[in-house]
Every structure is written in C-alpha cells, then in structure tokens.
Write a protein that binds this ligand. Structure first.
Ligand code: GRG
Length: 300
C-alpha cells in the first residue's frame, strides 16, 4: 500500500473508499513489528512483549495519531514513531491492568491475558519493557522528538493517576459529585492517552500541539462512555474480555449513573463536539472524521 498518498489526498464519504482511517493499519502493524525486532530481550520477555503488542488490538490510538498528523497537513512517516510509542504505552497499561493486583482479568482480545499465558512476573516486566520502549521510540520521531516524549510521558502519568482515583479515590474537594468523579477518572485513565495521540500527530505535522485538544478530549471521554455501554450490553465473545466487571466491583460507570439511554445521548453529544472541532479542516481530515464516527458506533 502507498499509505501517504491514499490516506491524505482522496476525498471520501467517511465510511468507505480509499480515505478510511484504517488505511494506515498495514504500515502501522509493520512499524510495530519492526519496533520490537532485535531488542535483545531475554527470549521469554521477548515472547511476552510480542504477545502483548502484536496481538490484534484495534489500534485506535496510533491510528488517531497518524490521522491527526495527516489531517493537519503532515506526512505519514513523521507520525509513525509517535504513533507506535502511544500503542506501546497502551499495551503496557492493559498488561498491568489485567494483573491480579489490579483488575485480575483472565481474558483480553479473546485469549489469555499476559500473566495467564506467561507468568505474573513476566507480565510485570513485559509492561515495564513496553513503557520504556515507548520512550525510546518517541525519541526517534523526526519532528519534535523531545515534545513527543514529554507529551507521551505526561499522558502516561495522567493515566496512572486516573487508575488510582478509580481504585483508591483521593479526589480533590472540587470534584465532589459522582458524575464529576466519573468524568475525571475517564478523562485521565482513558482520555489522556487518546488526547496525547492527537497531540503527537499535531507535533508530527509541525502544528500547534493543542490544535486537536477539543477533538481529543471529546473522543477520549466518548471512547470510555461507549466502553461502559458495551460492558453492560455485550457478551464475552463479542468483547474478547469479561463484561460487567466494573458493575460487579461496584465501580462508577455511565450506565449505572445516568442509565443506558442517557449514556447513548452523551455519546452522540461528544461525537458532535469532536466533529465540530474538525470542521475548519479540509478533505485530509476525512479519515479522522471517519474514525470519530466509527468509535461512536463500535461494537467491541
Ligand atoms: C497503568 C496499570 C495502569 C493502568 C492505567 C488505561 C488503564 C489505566 C488501564 C487499562 C484498562 C482499561 C479498562 C482502560 C480503559 C481504556 C480502555 C477501554 C482500554 C481498552 O482499549 P481498546 O478497546 O483495546 O482500544 P484494544 O484491545 O482494541 O487495544
């Protein structure tokens, strides 16, 4: 595939044709595979890292990074390192989140979680390796490597804070209602890395770091509201992971707080905010619009 010409120059209706967000996936998969090539990891760690990173996730965040770059007039090659780095952080967060000490999940992406397939110690270390690999890769970004590293590091910190607020609490006094608390958790735990994906793309395009912040913020929150709804309405086969765990653990979720219908309206409201932020952009933003629409309607 010739990714940059196909994805950046042909207008489309946003749901089919050559300007789909997913057009960049083959390039991305190849770049991720090459990122873990020749790292001289111990063999079992190498297998665990590959299992975690090269195992069929949706690649939402790196696709968003690349399409943000293209939407702002940048080149695909410039965005690939930052995109891969974001996916490494995402993979690390899933591996650690699935551990018995955190969410204690046996299934992820329709197969055993890393600690189930290998061991707890290897899962901890594979997550550690992925986290630092992300920083190494981000530092190789051809445009603004320092800012790319700083952006990804800050988002990772926010994600971890979101996780702690979710499990242990500790909200500032200003965040007092259950809905405010839930939005705060989601904006940090899930939203920070999605917003950072847009920022990494903007940096690779040489654009203002915050140009897509409204888009990224809305999509980040929307992604998690959709996740909460899917968790209530889908089966383990459809999701590839155990549904309903948050409800069982008594955690705050959008459906438990405002109901499924109102959660659906929240998804539509956030989608509109995100799409409105892209309105000033030209046809090169079509794949990013496509991605936003697909994420609002995703089924797994
Ligand atoms: C640092 C341990 C640690 C945790 C940070 C992000 C996070 C907190 C934990 C990961 C688990 C989780 C429920 C995150 C919420 C975001 C989310 C819905 C992740 C799943 O993302 P998808 O659907 O996954 O993009 P795939 O499998 O497609 O890559």
């Amino acid at each position: 595939m010739a990714p940059s010409s196909n994805t950046s120059s042909t207008p489309a209706d946003g749901s089919s044709g050559p300007s789909k967000a997913s057009d960049v996936l083959p390039v991305l998969e190849a770049a991720l595979a090459s990122a873990v090539q020749g790292l001289e990891l111990a063999p079992e760690l190498d297998r665990a890292v590959r299992y975690a990173l090269l195992s069929g996730g949706k690649r939402v965040r790196p696709t968003m990074a690349i399409q943000s770059c293209l939407a702002l007039g940048g080149e695909l090659d410039a965005a690939v390192p930052g995109a891969c780095a974001v996916e490494c952080i995402h993979a690390f967060s899933l591996v650690h989140d699935d551990l018995p000490a955190l969410d204690n999940d046996d299934m992820r992406r329709g197969r055993p979680t890393v600690h189930r397939a290998f061991s707890e110690s290897l899962a901890v270390l594979a997550g550690d390796a992925l986290q630092i690999l992300a920083i190494e890769i981000a530092g190789r970004a051809p445009i603004a490597p320092g800012e790319t590293v700083a952006t990804i590091a800050a988002a990772t910190r926010e994600m971890i804070v979101g996780q702690v607020l979710d499990t242990d609490g500790g909200f500032p006094d200003s965040v007092s209602t259950p809905l405010d608390r839930l939005r705060t958790i989601h904006r940090l735990k899930t939203g920070a890395l999605i917003r950072a994906s847009c920022r990494v793309g903007a940096l690779a395009a040489g654009a203002d770091l915050t140009r897509l912040d409204r888009f990224g913020d809305a999509i980040g929150l929307m992604f998690q509201v959709v996740d909460d709804v899917l968790d209530e309405t889908r089966t383990i086969e459809e999701l590839g992971k155990t549904p309903g765990k948050d409800r069982e653990a008594g955690k705050l979720t959008f459906p438990s707080l405002i109901g499924l219908d109102e959660s659906q309206r929240e998804i539509e409201r956030l989608e509109q905010i995100a799409l409105a932020d892209l309105e000033p952009l030209d046809h090169r933003a079509m794949p990013l619009r496509d991605l936003a629409r697909r994420l609002a309607r995703r089924t797994h």
